[in-house]
Design a binder for this molecule. Structure first.
Ligand SMILES: [Zn+2]
Length: 209
C-alpha cells in the first residue's frame, strides 16, 4: 500500500491488472461494491480518498494495537488489517456483489467460503493454526475467528518475547491462509499444511529476534 501512497492516482486498468493477492486490489474490489465512482476523478483512481475512506480519522478499535504493534511483515499486517474489518474479498462477499461464482471453499471443498470459515473453521486452515499453536507451545482447541482475534489483541499488548511471537504467528498465519486460498482459486494449487506451517514459523523466528 505504501508504494501507492506516494502517487496521487492510478489508472483503473492498472488497478484491475494487479496481482490477486494485492492489498490495493482487495480495496478496489471492496470499493467497487460500495460505489467506486466516488474515488474516481477524470478516469483516475484517487488513492488518498480511498485511504481516508478505509481509515477514518479518530476511529478507536480494539484490534488497533495488534496492527500498530505488529512486528509481522507489512504485507501480512495489511491483510490482517483488512481481515479484522471483514474487508477481504471472500466468496460470500463476491456473491453478494453479484459475481456469478461457485461459493464453495477451495481449501476444503466442503463449506461456503466466508471470513469466519477461512479463519479457522476450514479443516485445512484449522490444521495450520493448530500446528502453529503447537509450535508456540500452546495446546488448546482452535476457537472461532472473533475469539482468536481477541486473544491475539491481548498478546499484542504484552512485550514479552513469547507474546510477541504469538501475535506475529497469528498475523502470518492469516496471511499465509489467504495466499493459499488465492493460489487455489487462481492457480488450482495448495501447499501441504506442513510446508505452510514451516514457512510461518520461519518468518516468526526471523521477525522476533
Ligand atoms: Zn474450507
Amino acid at each position: 500500500m505504501k508504494e501507492f501512497q506516494r502517487r496521487e492516482s492510478l489508472n483503473i486498468e492498472e488497478v484491475e491488472k494487479m496481482e490477486c493477492g494485492s492489498g490495493l486490489l482487495q480495496c478496489y474490489l471492496l470499493l467497487k461494491a460500495n460505489g467506486v465512482d466516488q474515488f474516481v476523478q477524470a478516469g483516475k483512481f484517487r488513492i488518498q480518498k480511498m485511504y481516508k475512506f478505509l481509515h477514518p480519522v479518530g476511529a478507536q478499535v480494539g484490534w488497533k494495537r495488534l496492527i500498530c504493534n505488529s512486528h509481522a511483515s507489512p504485507k501480512s499486517t495489511f491483510i490482517m488489517w483488512l481481515a479484522v474489518q471483514n474487508r477481504l474479498a471472500t466468496k460470500d462477499k463476491l456473491i453478494r456483489w453479484q459475481l456469478s461464482i461457485d461459493g464453495t471453499c477451495g481449501l476444503c471443498q466442503l463449506e461456503s467460503e466466508s471470513l469466519e470459515h477461512l479463519f479457522f473453521s476450514c479443516s485445512y486452515s484449522q490444521e495450520i493454526w493448530k500446528q502453529v499453536l503447537l509450535s508456540l507451545g500452546v495446546t488448546r482447541a482452535v476457537l472461532p475467528w472473533h475469539e482468536e482475534v481477541q486473544i491475539a489483541v491481548k498478546k499484542s499488548r504484552n512485550k514479552q518475547k513469547q507474546a510477541c511471537k504469538y501475535s506475529i504467528a497469528f498475523i502470518e498465519s492469516v496471511y499465509c491462509v489467504w495466499l493459499q486460498r488465492n493460489s487455489k482459486v487462481f492457480r488450482d494449487h495448495v501447499d501441504p499444511v506442513k510446508t505452510v506451517v514451516s514457512n510461518i514459523m520461519f518468518n516468526v523466528e526471523c521477525r522476533c529476534q
